[in-house]
Design a binder for this molecule. Sequence first.
Ligand SMILES: [Zn+2]
Length: 168
Amino acid sequence: MTKCVVVIDVQSGFKSLCDDGYIYKMNMALKEYVGRGYSFLYTIDKHEDSCDFRYTQEYKQYGLHCICDEDLIPLLDMCAKQPDSAIYKDSFTSLYLPSMLTSYEEIVIFGIASEVCVVCNALNLRACFPELPMYVREDLCRGFTQEGHDSAMNVMRACSIDVVNPVN
Ligand SMILES: [Zn+2]
């Protein structure tokens, strides 16, 4: 069985949402999945400081972010060592990501931020692959707020995504 972990936007530009304990937990989890035979991909949020970006809804809501090289560094060891697995995206949802996942029989998703890029990509993948077993690791996701995080988990649960929170 071919399985894939998708890590969403765990990058230096969102370091403020990643304390050391959280990064450690994600590093350990990713290593464990890979040890169990999972492939992995990761998204990196990347914008140009251009007129086009300054007209987007994302810019209006969140301002300039992830526009320079220092913001694009993967925070997980295995991701940093495997740059070919990076998928760059310039909006919340990577419309390219599903094309990289067509051959898998299970997808596990985690990362940041729960209520923005995690939920957007998870729902898009659910739409593209309605019958695929799909898990979101709640314990490995972080939101801007706890309320936002909880809301995102509830929306994904309501859309047939298996939100799991293993007791460690
Ligand atoms: Zn962005």
